[in-house]
Every structure is written in structure tokens, then in C-alpha cells.
Ligand binder design. Structure first.
Ligand code: CA
Length: 730
């Protein structure tokens, strides 16, 4: 099947690279004066002046009822020491409360819990403070982000949560701001721009706070940016340091010795014009004893290494774990998981610090299961590779050479200039951003693992198009085949599982198969349980030792976020944000069962003996208009498909098969109306809803061809095949 797939796609000759020069813009800093609004009520936290400090986070186990930083501890283990909910009683869990986040896009937030208050983010960076016992809203804050920037975000308008420090809450926004709020009231204290707004940067990650500095990175490597991470003073919002992850303009002096070292690993003179990539869009960890801050660095920009760095090179610090000094941002060491990345193989995935006994010696390790499919155990003091093994089937490398620490590649997998290659894993990764968990009692790492194949191939018409994806790979190869039988066969290759991995033996302990990829992040607990939400709209508890399911709850929508556990008035809660979304949801839909909806986002809190019920859903796609008749020629449709793959697929889905998060183009009311279609596509009529104008790239002829392609898909009969593949009624 893979052969026929590749044969159908055919060979396309590489063409010359045209690079445009991008204009720059100075970074602005705007500080809003502190305003104090009196809010005095019998709300949790209102009387409490206890401030969150670095000591409090370092001693998180002394207050196991709180959740004070993104991964609970600086080690980011996501293990709760609470054990009131345990193996013996998990089946008595029930819904204590649900809070409607009032949004319709993906929810990826990990809540922070302090002093009986939960702080959580929703779509469009709206921040909520909730009573952690009842779910009652205490305050909300809307940063009023520029929603048109949704079209320069690769992977949905998501956010992974806030940070707490002192008496303040910190949040990053999709339009690149870092904002400090009063924890008590939600009043804004300062609001700092962290990006060059003329470039397609965005923030989706949760800030981490170390030694009074708010550490924040950003995303944008699919569009073309130069990655960096910055530290801001938590009190004032003043920038303290910035560390670039890839070199800049080679005609200028490198910023530091690390950049001088990195420069030697890049070829050509063009990469810096598109930024080079290496964004720090999610994971970090901190070891207070070693005083090292670890950052996970993303993929190259463009993906295609021949365009980015002709002739190869490792391209530091792409796809690397980098250790920095948190006071200064000074480089200490790095370990590169994928030298010379050409597959969107980020190393931004969750990193966990632990002490493991390996061959009789206690080792201080950092563990990561990045997109490329290998599980790495690295000495976190030196960056030395201790062990690596693939945790899912892969066909791009055979193993990691322990002498060099480098993957041994399969020759055909390095696709630029060669035949298209259908690969596991693809850009969705063997594991994406969804957090893992390490249980020190079982010694296992619990991974939301997945298999999602992707066809990589050259883009003969590549040129930099500012404002859209610039990968240098043709997404026609990433599209699943048009033939219905192959379509079903490839849908069946999509897999997802909860994988319990022994990091010492580097082998699986057990696995639970899910309906497909893109399941939620993970929490493990001293109650011997592992909690995970799933793409098919459930939240479940499993036996940490065996994977046996102990409890399951229908959540009405898919879950991608990670759960947390906390305690109020001596009762343990397990909470998770529901809300289907992210890149897989947008690109490939998902296995939402009948009776569920994509556009539902809530915080769900569970405790023993509760019996709450979710409100009934109102189906949103009740009346679907029949598609207009096909009138366009096959050539017109082919032209539309090429443009669709370049501009539309990443949000509107393969074969125009929407996830339900964004309008289903097959059933669009304007599909039969060329003028209205043009108003949206070319003139940005729906920009405020996140559908920016594509008028700079798509002329009327192309817009019309895309419409013809979508009409052809609407008449293809694929809907029925798709719904059959996920066991859902159309
Ligand atoms: Ca990427």
C-alpha cells in the first residue's frame, strides 16, 4: 500500500529556492499601571495573603493539596502524592462540578491550584479564577487578543495554562504578550510584548517561574521565525535575558559563544531570512540543586533541510534539549535528538527530571519522548546520553548509536530531493505536546503515544509566502489518498495508546489502545492510579501497575489537556479541562462518538461519592445543506487541491473533512456562492472569527479552484466512509 501511495504521488523535481527579505520591527514594551479594585467577599483566597515562592514550589510535596507550577513540581513529574482516591475506590468517583469555558476551540490548559482557587485558561487566552471546591467563577480576564492572528498559528488557538508567583498570575497570549494579573482580582498589573509583531510568532505555552523570573518562549516555526526563550522580571515585566536557539544573520557577530558554535553547523546563507526555526513553544523543567533550566527546542524552518541548510549540517540547536543558567540565560549543555531535522521533529515535548538507579548507580536524569519516536534518558548534569529506544514503530531510523548519541537514519527517509516517503512518525509525532507522567513508586513513565503516518515530499513551487505555512514540503503527500479503499486503510493506520514505559529497561510495561491518536495528557498518583482523557470523549482511571481500567466517564467531547489533582477541605479532587482541538483535530477530525460535540470546552472536577451530570448537548450540525452540483473540470479541481493543500488543509482538514471546530467547508452555506466565498477567503470577512484574509496569496482564479475542489469533495461520498471508519453515524 505504501508503494502504491508513493507511485500515485509520483516524483516531483526540486526547483530553485526563492527567498524574500522580511522587514523587521522593533519590540515594544508597554506597562500598564497597577490598578486595584476592591473585591472583598467570602471567596476562597480572598483572605489569604500567602504568596507563592520558589521555596513553595521546590517543597511542593509539603503541600500536596496544591498544584503550584505547570508540572506540579519543577521536575515536572505530574505525580500527585494524594491517595484518598485510590485503587480501592476509584469506581466511586463522580462529577463534583463542571465549568463551561464558553469556547469552541481546543483546550490544552493545565490548571494551577493555590489556596482553594483554580486558575485556568480558555480559548482566546481568557483566564478564569474558579472556586476549586464548587467551580464558581471568582473572576475572569480577557486580554482581547488580535483574533486574526489565528491564521498564523500552526495548531489551533490554544493555551497550556498560567503560572503563579507571589500574589500574581502570569499568562502568555497568542499575539505574543506576557501579562501579569493580581491573583485575587484578575486586575492587570503589567502587559509586555515579547515578539516582533511583524513576524508570525505566537505564544501557546505556559510560563515557568524560576528565581523571580518568568520564562517564556513562543511558536511560529511552520511560518518562519527565529526561535528564542526570554526571562522577564516577575515584579516589573522588564526583560532580563533572551537566548536564541538558532543563529541569525551570518554577516553579523553571533550574540554569544553558543551561537558561534551553532553557526558552524549551518550551511548556506539563507536560513536566517526565514528564521531557521527552533521555537521553544512548550516544555521546560528546572533543577534547583544544579541550578539548570532545561528548554525543549523545536523544528527547523522551513522543514525541508535542503532549502534551509543545503548540504546538511546538524543545525544546532534545532530538536534539542538545552540546559541554561536561569539567572543569565547562559548556555551550559545540549543534547540534540534529531540532527539536521527535516521532518518537523521537535524536541519541545514534555521533559521529566528524576533520579533513576541505572546499572546500580543513582543517576540524575532528564527524560523525553519527543516526536521522533525515541525515548531518551539523558544525564541532566552533563547532557550525556544514557539510553534511547523507540517507544512506537518507526521507519525513519533504525536505532540511536550509543557511541555518537545520534540516530542511524534510513536513507530514503531523508526525503528532500528524493521520492516522497510515507513515514512513521510524521509531523504529528509519536508523542506530541500532551504531557506524560512519571510515578516514582512504579518507576514508570506514562506516555500519550501515537502512530500517525505522513507522506513527506518536495514542494517544487516553494517560495516564502509571508503569513502562511512555509515548510518546503508539499502537503499533497501528507493528504490521505483520494481512493476510498486506501482512505479507509490509511485511517486504520492512525493509532493512539496509553503507554507505560520502563525508562531503566527502555521497554514497555503495558499499553492500553485508544480509538486513535491525540489523546489527553496524563496524571499519576500515590493512589496507584493513572488518569487520562481520550480523543473519543472519555476520562478514565487505570491501574498504574497493569493498565486495567478502574473507572470511566463520558465527557461529551474529546480531551487533550492533562489532569491535575488537589485537595480542598480534606477532600481530593481530580480535574481536567475538556475541549477537543489542536493540530490533529483540525487536520484529521477525530473519533468523537455519537452523542458528543467538538465545540464544548469545560473544566471537569471529580471526587469520591459525587454524582453530578453534564448538561445535555444541543447538536450543532443538525441541518447540513446538500452540496452544490459538480460543474468544474478535473483540471480545475486538481488546481484547487494543490492550493487547498498549501493554504487550507492545516485548519480545515484533509479532504475538507472538518473536525467540527472550524466550519465544515463541505456543508458551507457559501459553497454555492462564488462572491460570498471570495469575501471570506480573499477579503477576510470572517477575520474576527480567526479566518484571516488570504488575498495576498490567493487570487480570484485560485479561490474559485479551491471552491471547485471542496465541491468535488462534498460530492465524493467520503463523509460516509469517514464516519464508518470512526464508528459514528453521519
Ligand atoms: Ca512544528
Amino acid at each position: 500500500m505504501i508503494d502504491s501511495f508513493v507511485r500515485r504521488l509520483g516524483m516531483i523535481a526540486a526547483s530553485s529556492l526563492v527567498l524574500a527579505s522580511c522587514g523587521g520591527q522593533k519590540e515594544e514594551t508597554q506597562t500598564t499601571a497597577e490598578t486595584s479594585a476592591p473585591v472583598e467577599a467570602a471567596t476562597p483566597g480572598a483572605e489569604d495573603e500567602a504568596k507563592v515562592t520558589g521555596d513553595a514550589i521546590m517543597n511542593a510535596d509539603a503541600t500536596p493539596g496544591a498544584w503550584l507550577s505547570h508540572g506540579r513540581t519543577y521536575s515536572e513529574q505530574r505525580f500527585s502524592p494524594l491517595d484518598e482516591v485510590n485503587m480501592g475506590n476509584a469506581d466511586q468517583l463522580g462529577l463534583a462540578w463542571a465549568f463551561d469555558l464558553g469556547v469552541s476551540r481546543g483546550i490544552e490548559a493545565t490548571p494551577i491550584i493555590h489556596d482553594g482557587v483554580m486558575y485556568v485558561t480558555a480559548t482566546w487566552n481568557i483566564v478564569y479564577a474558579l472556586d476549586a471546591k464548587t467551580g464558581a467563577e471568582i473572576w475572569s480576564f480577557d486580554p482581547e487578543v488580535d483574533r486574526s492572528r489565528a491564521s498564523i498559528m500552526c495548531c489551533d488557538v490554544v493555551n497550556r495554562g498560567v503560572a503563579i508567583w507571589g500574589d500574581k498570575i502570569y499568562t502568555g497570549t497568542i499575539d505574543g504578550r506576557l501579562i501579569a494579573l493580581k491573583a485575587k482580582t484578575g486586575d492587570k498589573i503589567w502587559d509586555v510584548n515579547t515578539i516582533d509583531k511583524s513576524k508570525p510568532y505566537s505564544i501557546t505555552g505556559a510560563p515557568r517561574i524560576v528565581k523571580g523570573k518568568v520564562i517564556i518562549g513562543n511558536g511560529g516555526a511552520e511560518f518562519g521565525v527565529r526561535g528564542y526563550v526570554s526571562a522577564y522580571d516577575a515584579e516589573t515585566g522588564r526583560i532580563v535575558w533572551r537566548f536564541y536557539t538558532v543563529p541569525g544573520d551570518p554577516s553579523k557577530e553571533p550574540e554569544n559563544t553558543a551561537m558561534a558554535m551553532a553557526m558552524d553547523t549551518w550551511n548556506g546563507e539563507e536560513w536566517w531570512k526565514l528564521g531557521g526555526g527552533g521555537t521553544v513553544w512548550d516544555s521546560m523543567a528546572y533543577d534547583p540543586e544544579l541550578d539548570l533550566l532545561y528548554i525543549g527546542v523545536g523544528n527547523g524552518s522551513p522543514w525541508n533541510q535542503e532549502l534551509r541548510s543545503p548540504g546538511g549540517g546538524d543545525n544546532l540547536f534545532l530538536s534539542s534539549i538545552v540546559a541554561l543558567r536561569p539567572d543569565t540565560g547562559e548556555y551550559v549543555w545540549h543534547y540534540q535528538t534529531t540532527p539536521g531535522d527535516t521532518w518537523d521533529f521537535t524536541a519541545t515535548q514534555h521533559m521529566i527530571l528524576a533520579d533513576l538507579e541505572i546499572e546500580g548507580v543513582s543517576r540524575k536524569v532528564i527524560m523525553q519522548a519527543p516526536k521522533n519516536g525515541f525515548f531518551y534518558v539523558v544525564d541532566r548534569e552533563t547532557g550525556e546520553l544514557i539510553s534511547a529506544n523507540n517507544f512506537v514503530p518507526i521507519n525513519w531510523a533504525t536505532h540511536v548509536d550509543m557511541e555518537t548519541g545520534r540516530p542511524v537514519e534510513v536513507a530514503d527517509a531523508r526525503w528532500p530531493g528524493k521520492a516522497p516517503y510515507l513515514q512513521l512518525p510524521g509531523p504529528l509525532g509519536a508523542h506530541n505536546w500532551h504531557p506524560m507522567s512519571f510515578n516514582p513508586e512504579t518507576g514508570l513513565v506514562y506516555i500519550p503515544a501515537q502512530e500517525a503516518p505522513w507522506g513527506y515530499g518536495d514542494d517544487p513551487d516553494f517560495e516564502i509566502r509571508e503569513g502562511v505555512w512555509n515548510t518546503g514540503s508539499n502537503f499533497l503527500y501528507g493528504l490521505l489518498p483520494t481512493d476510498l479503499a486506501q482512505f479507509k486503510a490509511l485511517k486504520a493506520m492512525l493509532k493512539g495508546r496509553l503507554l507505560a514505559w520502563d525508562p531503566v529497561k527502555q521497554e514497555a510495561a503495558w499499553a492500553v489502545e485508544h480509538q486513535g491518536p491525540w489523546n489527553g495528557g496524563i496524571l499519576s498518583s500515590a493512589g496507584g492510579l493513572v488518569f487520562q482523557g481520550t480523543a473519543d470523549a472519555h476520562f478514565a482511571a487505570y491501574d498504574a501497575a497493569t493498565g486495567d481500567e478502574k473507572w470511566r466517564f463520558f465527557t461529551q467531547t474529546g480531551i487533550v489537556a492533562a489532569p491535575v489533582s488537589y485537595e480542598v477541605d480534606d477532600e481530593q479532587y481530580v480535574a481536567v479541562a475538556s475541549g477537543w482541538g489542536g493540530s490533529y483535530a483540525l487536520g484529521f477530525g477525530g473519533p468523537l462518538p455519537t452523542g458528543s460535540e467538538a465545540k464544548v470546552g469545560r473544566v471537569l472536577a471529580f471526587k469520591l461519592g459525587a454524582n453530578g451530570e453534564l448538561p445535555a448537548l444541543t447538536p450543532s450540525d443538525a441541518a447540513m445543506a446538500p452540496p452544490p452540483a459538480m460543474t468544474a473540470s478535473a483540471a480545475e479541481v486538481e488546481k484547487g487541491l494543490a492550493a487547498y493543500a498549501r493554504y487550507c488543509i492545516v485548519c480545515h482538514g484533509d479532504h475538507a473533512q472538518s473536525s467540527g471546530l472550524v466550519p465544515n467547508l463541505r456543508h458551507s452555506a457559501v459553497l454555492g456562492d462564488a462572491a460570498a466565498w471570495n469575501m471570506i477567503v480573499r477579503e477576510g470577512a470572517f477575520a474576527e472569527n480567526g479566518m484571516g484574509s488570504f488575498g495576498a496569496f490567493v487570487d480570484e482564479e485560485i479561490s474559485e479552484a479551491i471552491r471547485a475542489y471542496v465541491i468535488s469533495e462534498a460530492n465524493s461520498g467520503r463523509d460516509a466512509a469517514y464516519y464508518e471508519s470512526i464508528g459514528k453515524e453521519e
